[in-house]
Design a protein around this ligand. Sequence first.
Ligand SMILES: NC(=O)c1ccc[n+]([C@@H]2O[C@H](COP(=O)([O-])OP(=O)(O)OC[C@H]3O[C@@H](n4cnc5c(N)ncnc54)[C@H](O)[C@@H]3O)[C@@H](O)[C@H]2O)c1
Length: 255
Amino acid sequence: MRLQAKTALIAGAASGVGGQLMGIGGAVARLFAAEGAQVIIADIKDDVGEQTVSELRDFGADAMYIHLDVTDEEQWQQAVTATTEQFGKLDILVDAAGTSFRSKVEDQSLELWDLEMDIHARGAFLGTKHAIPEMRKVGGGSIVIVSSIYGMVGSMSTSYPTAKGAMRNFTKAAAIQYAGENIRVNSVHPGFVMTPLTESIFTEPGIINPRLALVPMGRLGTTEEIAKGILFLASDEASFVTGAELVIDGGYTAQ
Ligand SMILES: NC(=O)c1ccc[n+]([C@@H]2O[C@H](COP(=O)([O-])OP(=O)(O)OC[C@H]3O[C@@H](n4cnc5c(N)ncnc54)[C@H](O)[C@@H]3O)[C@@H](O)[C@H]2O)c1
């Protein structure tokens, strides 16, 4: 019970219902609940989000769903307020919401550029902004921002690595600004993982095989492997860890 009595708001956590393919946020929600946390699932997929909560409750977890478009400041305020009204406090925020558009620079539309920057960079900023005042009230907290290996190195996409890189350095700015208040902010950098977001491309041999050839461990990661890293950063075991980047990628960025 590494998160006993902790309240965790997880954005992008609607997935894995009825044995369907699990996303990173969905795996985090299940692992956090198993470790004793009160869990708030936030997403734009309301049906799947409600079903995710229903599954968690069936296993005895204290959970609730809230609709949240991470690009919308008012909805972040409502999500944080709903959390504190229901559970009295907010200890942990995980931002695992995301999209992925693939375009080279000349083919990238401005519309998708803005959308991708908004979901990742603006979403991480707004969530952090509205979580901090509640974490201050309880003497500290932990914010975990899900970036990517493509927040550290380039890719053949354009807006995705740019937005993920922004999340990486936003994390460090927020970390040093709030370290003195015991509010820790860290980023996680997953490598290739099969999820609802990546299924359509990672089942294409022409796409996945060249990528796997670049992974020293020679396989995809699992959502559980990513969730365990996020659990460490969210928990008090990481009490002296802030501004860090936890890479979970089978060695991809080590070479
Ligand atoms: N799967 C991978 O290989 C991989 C690798 C590195 C990083 N990531 C990152 O991990 C995070 C989770 O992705 P995943 O692969 O688990 O896919 P996923 O589809 O399970 O998770 C993304 C979730 O974000 C939600 N979402 C999308 N737009 C939103 C918005 N505007 N507001 C709120 N929620 C929104 C989706 O509904 C979905 O539930 C993403 O940030 C992704 O970029 C994934």
